[in-house]
Design a protein around this ligand. Structure first.
Ligand SMILES: [Zn+2]
Ligand SMILES: [Zn+2]
Length: 170
């Protein structure tokens, strides 16, 4: 469970720069993020069910993007039956409401670093340690213009940059 001990995913308030390779005391960010998700759900009339909360909590506590199977392991209490559909539904809820993102390359999920802020996420993925940081909007307009010129309607873009994080570069 090294996942839960490391502290890399950084929660930052909406509209601030998202960055996440800096080590910091993540427990406070995690608690804040959970309670903000709770109030955001209440404000929008969305149900923040115990399973949705548990899944988000696991993502917030993880230093890396997590696959659905790893999440399933962590949200299932000892001795209880695993419920993959419930976990997939929770992930679907979290990603479609902007509390988490899915990384195509890793087939894994991360908590959103700036929930509530309108943004198109871009991800910096360390190819050595698999840690992930979310970056803010990176010039999506040009792509939008080109797509429009070709009569293509973009529904979703995922920007994933592969490289080396400061920890692994050191
Ligand atoms: Zn985000
Ligand atoms: Zn790394």
């Amino acid at each position: 469970m090294a996942y839960l001990l490391a502290r890399v995913l950084y929660y930052i308030k909406p509209l601030m720069t998202c960055s996440s390779f800096d080590p910091h005391d993540h427990a406070a960010c995690r608690a804040t993020a959970l309670s903000q998700a709770e109030s955001a759900c209440a404000a929008q009339g969305l149900q923040f069910t115990p399973m949705r909360r548990r899944v988000l909590d696991v993502l917030l506590g993880a230093p890396k993007a997590m696959g659905a199977y790893d999440i399933l392991e962590l949200v299932t209490p000892e001795g209880q039956k695993r419920q993959p559909p419930a976990v997939y539904r929770a992930l679907d809820f979290l990603t479609s409401n902007g509390f988490a993102h899915r990384l195509e390359k890793l087939n894994a999920y991360v908590a959103c670093a700036c929930p509530g802020a309108a943004h198109r996420p871009a991800f910096l993925i360390c190819r050595v340690c698999d840690r992930v940081a979310e970056a803010t909007d990176v010039a999506p307009r040009r792509l939008g213009d080109e797509a429009a010129a070709q009569g293509f309607r973009i529904e979703r873009t995922v920007v994933e940059a592969l490289g080396i994080c400061p920890g692994c570069a050191a």
